[in-house]
Design a protein around this ligand. Structure first.
Ligand SMILES: [Zn+2]
Length: 79
């Protein structure tokens, strides 16, 4: 049986750990956007494959970005 994670990524590695990134830059909105769904929701760990530590960092970074209006709260911009 092929499950969803087979489709997303075979190896479940955290890209931040892979690249040795300790702190995620909340000002890098173009980068953070890659972790938002089409409805501007934060992608879950199941999809991103991040470890718990970095997923939390990412969530915090995105929330900060939203408050600084770098990132959307909803998907009003697209479409
Ligand atoms: Zn990690």
């Amino acid at each position: 049986m092929i499950h969803d994670e087979e489709r997303v990524r075979r190896k479940r590695t955290c890209r931040f750990c892979e690249q040795g990134i300790e702190f995620i830059d909340y000002k890098d909105d173009r980068f953070l956007r890659r972790f938002l769904s089409d409805r501007a929701k934060i992608l879950t760990r199941r999809i991103t494959g991040n470890c718990a530590f970095h997923q939390r960092q990412l969530t915090t970074a995105i929330k900060r970005g939203r408050h600084l209006a770098l990132l959307p709260f909803t998907s009003e911009i697209h479409r």
